[in-house]
Structure formats: C-alpha cells, structure tokens
Design a protein. Structure first.
Length: 196
C-alpha cells in the first residue's frame, strides 16, 4: 500500500515487464515513438543537460548495416525486431545548456568547457535517460530489448559521428513466441539497501 501508482501500471512497467528476445511483426509507429519521447523527456538529468540522442533504424538497408556490427547472439533479434533504436550520448550537449538550464546559464563554461568533463556527464546522464526510455517503451504497451553486445566503434563510425558515443541498441516491439528466458532472481532489499 506504500506505492501510489496503480498496481496495473506497476505490473506493466516493472513486475510483468520483461526484456524481449523475439517480436511479432506488428509495426511500431512514429506516433508511438513520439508519445514515448514526450513522456520520458521529463526524466531528470544533471543541469537538465538531456544528452541522450536516439537514432531510429527504419530502412532495411540501415538495419542490415547495423546487424553486421551486433554480437552473433544479438543478430537475429536485431534483424527481426519491428523497430531498432541506437541510443547515444551527445558529448557536445553543452551547446544547448544555456537554453535547457536558463536558471544558471554559466554552467556551460564553468563545468563543461572541457571535453573530458562533458564525456563523463553525457555518459552518466544519457544512461539515465536510456533507462527512462526503456520504461517509456513499456508504458506504450511494448517490450524493449536493450543490448550492449555490439561493436561500439563500428556502430559509431557507421551511424554517428565523433561527438556521439553509442550507449546501447534497443529492439522494440510486441513480444513474440518464446520471447524471454525464465525470470532471473533480483537482489533482496537487505542485500542492496543500507542505512547510515
Ligand atoms: C544495458 C543492457 C545491455 C544488455 N545487453 C544485452 C545483450 O547484448 N544481449 C542480450 O541478449 N541481452 C542484453 N540485455 C538484456 C538483459 O540480460 C536483461 O534485460 C536482464 O537479464 C533482465 O531481463 P528481464 O527484463 O527479462 O528480467 C541487456 C540489458 C541491458 C539493460
């Protein structure tokens, strides 16, 4: 009774939600992606820097190029998912920062003048946003299959540029037959939470 979120929504987002390895043919529309983004864009990031960038791999030709860079065990699901997205971190996010964090426009030059500082912040905050994105996919009644098993340098060269670091590739769609392995255990509260 401690959670205010509707129990059905708790199941949809977490308890019943699974990482899908197979998908049906049902397409995922741009409208669904727009709705997902318009929800998860509100997830918090440091200085509201929002460094996540999402590349939708829509054409068959681009899909084929991506599959070549996936680890062998990830190739079939990436080839057959209705939609595949490449999530990356924009290491030049600071250019938008004065507009995105008008309360403190000096942050751009004070904290993010150095590329190394931007890369650290972009990696951390884009990863947070990737998690929001996965939950948003679930909120749309879809399943996500996030993957880091791919050639990062190859994907960066093929689809991004030197300012964008790949984070993960996410298969998106309705789960297909035998979509998941048995649920793996999770750590218990007492294994994870300490109080000081
Ligand atoms: C960042 C990230 C990277 C992952 N990389 C892969 C991958 O390369 N290949 C794969 O088959 N599963 C991958 N997974 C899937 C995880 O193994 C799966 O989400 C986890 O075991 C929980 O499964 P469940 O949601 O069905 O409980 C990845 C998941 C995440 C979040």
């Amino acid at each position: 009774m401690s959670l205010v979120l509707d129990p059905a929504a708790q199941d949809l987002l977490f308890r019943e939600a699974r990482t899908a390895n197979t998908f049906t043919d049902e397409p995922v529309s741009d409208e669904q992606l727009q709705a997902i983004y318009d929800l998860v864009k509100y997830g918090p990031t440091a200085f509201n820097q929002t460094p996540l960038r999402i590349t939708l791999v829509r054409s068959a030709e681009a899909r084929e190029r991506l599959v070549q860079h996936m680890a062998e065990g990830n190739q079939a699901k990436t080839a057959t998912a209705p939609l595949v997205a490449i999530l990356s971190a924009d290491n030049e996010f600071h250019e938008e920062l004065p507009a995105l964090f008008p309360a403190f426009p000096q942050a751009k030059d004070l904290f993010f003048a150095e590329r190394s500082a931007r890369e650290g912040a972009a990696g951390m905050n884009a990863a947070l946003q990737a998690a929001y994105f996965i939950i948003g996919v679930r909120a749309a009644g879809l399943a996500a299959g996030p993957m880091t098993g791919f050639d990062f340098a190859g994907v960066q060269k093929e689809f991004l540029d030197g300012d964008h670091t790949p984070l993960m590739v996410v298969n998106i769609g309705k789960p297909g037959a035998d979509a998941w392995y048995p649920r793996s255990p999770r750590l218990a509260y007492d294994d994870v939470i300490t109080s000081v």
